[in-house]
Ligand binder design. Sequence first.
Ligand SMILES: [Zn+2]
Ligand SMILES: [Zn+2]
Length: 102
Amino acid sequence: MLELRPVCEHCARALPPDATDARICSFECTFCADCVERVLKNVCPNCGGGFAPRPVRPAQDRRKGNFLGRYPAATRPLHRPVDPAAHAALLAEVGAIPPERR
Ligand SMILES: [Zn+2]
Ligand SMILES: [Zn+2]
């Protein structure tokens, strides 16, 4: 199940379960849309993949208990800001390749 992480890994901005500006990579590395666009340039610093909007888990129980109340968001913040030099090197390596071809 998707882990709904509580903050942007880079800037630590709060990303509650209903945030519309949360972005994730395929490994669930979680960042805010601003960091993905301005800092990461759609390259995940941990895996080199691209990002997609994080789905919002329903807050109401509408189908058999599949909702936030039963499957709550993660609470432990994962804050590990990107190293600018390391990310520049990664961008030079894969930044020009579309995410679906990395
Ligand atoms: Zn951020
Ligand atoms: Zn990643």
